[in-house]
Design a protein around this ligand. Structure first.
Ligand code: PMP
Length: 397
């Protein structure tokens, strides 16, 4: 049975071009890039070339503004803790209630340590309310950390505008954005639209590079302190022997992301829209979470009334279809998604949430297969659901 992989916001297949670029650094070029002998110059040079490539892909920033890390989680931790440590006099942070746990939990930890955090709410579509943001901003705000796009719903946040408003309030406010789900799906340009963003995080495994490598952009002049302390790697800004093959792979994946972003915006979007429309036509009592919001082109998050997301996933998996019932980081827990809760998705639909996320490796056949299988699964689960009859009465269908 052909597997239909539709869980690309959880992780992505590694691109063959990325595997090829990494290969020599697993085999002949294994030397520690910090070693003094001639042989170690090749991996050391490969890291610097990768840094130049990533800097170019982010809109032509300076290579020394790019740090390699072990994940977006590490980049987010570094951005927040690093900013807090360098600026002890300011204690107010603004973030949102829909961030990834690697920002949300750091903010909660900072609250426990005496910082004041404003978690902005979102509306029913997942959008922030600009008035709430403007009200929350203070001249003594230390930083704003707001994601570029949400991993569960795909909702895009207007980070360029939010940064501009913050800098008007006080040019000292540090702006961080988690761009993990945006890279490769949207144009990300730190010289143009995002020129007021100071710190930007992303990860390899969401853009067809391996898991366990990430990057953090730190704009020159940002008041910031290193988070990983130890050796002198990355000019003392991120200790730990560099993962040369993965860094090379990340850079190759960034180049491919720039080349394919148009394909995401057109072909992948068309596939997602066709899937959305077909499911809306065939299945009663489903809602597209964030339907009216500006969304990533690859993401479809559905609230399916009257049944459990886990049961749908199990049945999809038996048909060879991989999807998700929320973010992969929170699956394994029975708590409903904090993102959908923040959007006030009704309790009866929150447990039936399903996230389908496509990539450039999906094709029309994959979409056809989901359209063929999913409505049947929903119908058969609803037949045996103790909640569905009740739901039908409430929804009058
Ligand atoms: N931020 C967002 C928006 C994400 O989707 C993820 C991955 N689920 C992360 C951060 C964490 O990335 P990593 O797995 O590289 O730590």
């Amino acid at each position: 049975m052909k597997v239909v992989y539709a869980d690309n916001n959880a992780t992505t297949a590694i691109a063959p071009e990325v595997v090829e670029a990494m290969q020599p650094y697993f085999t002949s070029e294994y030397f520690n890039p910090s070693s003094m002998y001639e042989a170690a110059r090749s991996p050391a040079k490969a890291i610097e070339k990768a840094r130049e490539i990533v800097a170019r892909c982010l809109g032509g920033v300076a290579p020394e503004e790019v740090l390699f890390t072990g994940s977006a989680t590490e980049s987010n931790n570094t951005a927040l803790f690093g900013t807090v440590q360098a600026n002890p006099q300011r204690r107010h942070i603004i973030s949102t209630s829909v961030e990834h746990p690697s920002v949300l939990e750091v903010c909660r930890e900072l609250e426990r340590r005496g910082h004041e955090v404003t978690f902005l709410p979102v509306d029913r579509q997942g959008n922030l309310l600009l008035d709430d943001y403007i009200h929350a901003l203070r001249r003594d705000t230390l930083m704003v950390s707001i994601m570029l796009a949400n991993n569960e719903t795909g909702v895009i946040y207007p980070v360029a505008e939010l940064a501009r408003i913050a800098k008007e309030t006080s040019p000292d406010i540090v702006i961080h954005t988690d761009a993990t789900q945006a890279i490769g799906k949207l144009a990300v340009d730190l010289k143009k639209t995002l020129r007021q963003v100071d710190l930007l995080s992303f990860s390899g495994h969401k853009i067809h590079a391996p898991k366990g490598v990430g990057a953090l952009f730190v704009r020159r002049g940002t008041r910031w302190r290193p988070f990983m302390i130890g050796g002198h790697q990355e000019k003392g800004r991120r200790a730990g022997t560099e993962n040369v093959p993965y860094i090379v792979g990340l850079a190759r994946a960034c180049e491919l992301a720039v080349d394919t972003v148009q394909d995401e915006q057109t072909r992948v979007r068309a596939m997602r829209d066709r899937l959305q429309q077909a499911l809306e036509e065939r299945v009663a009592a489903i809602e597209v979470n964030g339907k009216e919001a500006d969304r990533l082109p690859n993401t479809l998050n559905l609230a399916i009334h009257g049944i459990e997301g886990e049961a749908i996933l199990y049945e999809l998996s038996r048909s060879g279809i991989c999807a998700s019932s929320g973010s992969a980081c929170t699956s394994g827990s029975l708590d409903p998604s904090h993102v959908l809760k923040a959007m006030q998705v009704p309790f009866t639909a929150i447990h039936g949430s399903l996230r389908i996320s496509l990539s450039r490796y999906n094709d029309d056949e994959d979409v056809d297969r989901i359209i063929e299988v999913l409505p049947e699964i929903i119908a058969s689960l609803r037949k045996i659901s103790p909640y569905w009859d009740n739901e039908r009465n409430i929804l009058k269908i």
